[in-house]
Design a protein around this ligand. Sequence first.
Ligand code: ADP
Length: 372
Amino acid sequence: MHGRIFRSGYTTSLLPMVRESIISDGDNLQQDAPEGSASQFSADDAQFDEELRPQLLADVVGQHKVVERLQIMLDATRKRSEPLGHLLLDGPPGLGKTTFATVLPRELGVECQITSGPVLKAPKDLLPYLTNAGFGSVLFIDEIHRMPPAVEEFIYPAMEDFRVDITLGEGLNARTINMALQPFTVIGATTRSGMLTAPLRDRFVNRLHLDFYDASELTQIVARNARKLRATINDDAAHEIAKRSRGTPRKANNFLRWTRDYATARKEGHIDSAVVQQAFQMLDVDGIGLEAQDRRYLQALVQIFTGGPAGIQAISHSLDIPPDTLEDEIEPFLLKCGFIQRTPRGRMVTAKALDHLQMAVPTKENQQPRLF
Ligand code: ADP
């Protein structure tokens, strides 16, 4: 038996093109990314995500430790016939937080409601989800770090004692009534576990961190999804796409879609290494997956801030990219590659990055005024 998934609570202003779909961090990127960046494929990325999303734990590739822990949690939950303990998933965008959050209720055969932190502006926005939550069902809150403090406080008793405290009236006439809820599970997803308040973090009994995937796992995802999309691809080509996907399945899926389009439009339809090379050249993505905006970031750090240290706000102003996007979308991969360092005084470029970009930090004598 598979649980039903209710996707709701997204305002049309947040995601105009797909009213009833999951908004993910990758979608935010599309709003923030500068025009022409490789991250901007087309408006139906969210729908594409849905088509390729693994449905059961057995379909999930990689993240072995996370899968093993989830399997144990699922087995224990089934044996005890109790709701799953509240679960927090954290990690950069596109690594599978929504995937795991929707796979679990399906595995347990329970219902799942989906909402996100920014949509829950006041306790009244959260209340319907809590009262609708059936025994053992899952409430998935994406971007949970963006929930306002009033909503956060409202959710504490719901998570801890399965009750809500509702205040009726104002001033002297105000009174609080307690309402009992069905025991249920909150699954929270965040790209910034550090921004979660300690009380909220402590209410999650289980916390799992998702890490970047390695090239062989991404190759497997590309090959499998190519079959789902009825595209023909050879092993080398799948590996070439995987290598440029920044350890991120969502990127791998998007790149697969682009190479498939390229192969259909310009070639005979079959995706081989040569097609991948040409398709990526058009996207301005290099051999290890650095995109135009990564290079702009590194170039700014080198040429404007003479290699750093530079504060995130200053970099954000120079590039005209919001600090959140830099921290969520660009920096995790650059850190993983060892291209930047985050020091208490700010971001610094590393020798490895200079080597990759074939650049040198300008000295006082040859410092250029501004690049952009
Ligand atoms: P997040 O919520 O962390 O931003 P998603 O769960 O939406 O990421 O993942 C984006 C897409 O990447 C999914 O639609 C799915 O197709 C693919 N994906 C993510 N994790 C995996 C995985 N472990 N195995 C296979 N595909 C995955």
